[in-house]
Write a protein that binds this ligand. Structure first.
Ligand code: SF4
Length: 203
């Protein structure tokens, strides 16, 4: 199958996972699949018991080939858990793995919402957004870069001693720059910044 360049008309395959009762016990997965099938660009829409299982992944691979899909969306659990699994399945079907979009409807919906209708409606909103988003994905290549493993700690006080107790880990050296309150302020700012950055993916 020829690799899409990302500029072809999107042909989206959509899959919603039951995760046993983890999702299907709260979210109306049949309704989600039906709804996704009505969205623009969606060619295939299915619900399945366990999407991360071998048969679940095989569904994606087979559909890409049989329906000439060029975008994949899976509504299931946290990307932290199975984004890589589904990217690999997307690649096995013949697509660039980044033509895949995951929607977290377990940790973000079914595990935190007991109202059946509210959970289903929230899922429909998330699915609509993901289907729109995946049409804008482009082919990407993974790049490996070397990084310097040592750590520079700027500042002083209790945070410094906490960090010093964590490093050096094997193969990593730490260097301390004791400074003025101003440099400690810089450290506080960078801590706040890195916390905000870490939270960004919203898994
Ligand atoms: S893909 Fe995630 S939500 Fe679906 S069965 Fe596997 S662990 Fe559960």
């Amino acid at each position: 199958m020829p690799e899409t360049n990302g500029h072809d008309a999107p042909r989206v395959g959509f899959y919603v996972c039951h995760c046993g009762h983890n999702i299907a016990g709260t979210v109306d997965v049949a309704e989600v699949a039906r709804f996704a099938g009505t969205l623009p660009n969606v060619v295939v829409s299915r619900d399945y018991k366990y999407m991360c299982s071998d048969p679940g992944q095989e569904l994606i691979i087979t559909d890409i080939r049989e329906h000439k899909l060029n975008r994949i969306v899976v509504a299931s659990c946290s990307p932290l858990l199975h984004e890589h699994t589904f990217r690999v399945a997307t690649e096995k079907g013949g697509l660039n793995p980044y033509f895949f979009q995951m929607v977290n409807i377990r940790e973000d919906v079914s595990w935190v919402c007991s109202d059946h209708d509210a959970a289903t409606n929230k899922t429909l909103d998330l699915v609509r957004a993901a289907v729109r988003r995946v049409a804008h994905h482009r082919s990407l290549a993974t790049k490996h870069v070397r990084i310097h493993p040592d750590v520079l700690i700027v500042g002083a006080g209790s945070r410094e001693s906490t960090l010093r107790s964590r490093w050096p880990t094997p193969g990593r050296r730490s260097r301390l720059s004791r400074g003025s309150p101003r440099s400690a302020g810089i450290w506080r700012c960078s801590t706040r910044h890195s916390r905000r950055s870490t939270a960004q993916p919203a898994y």
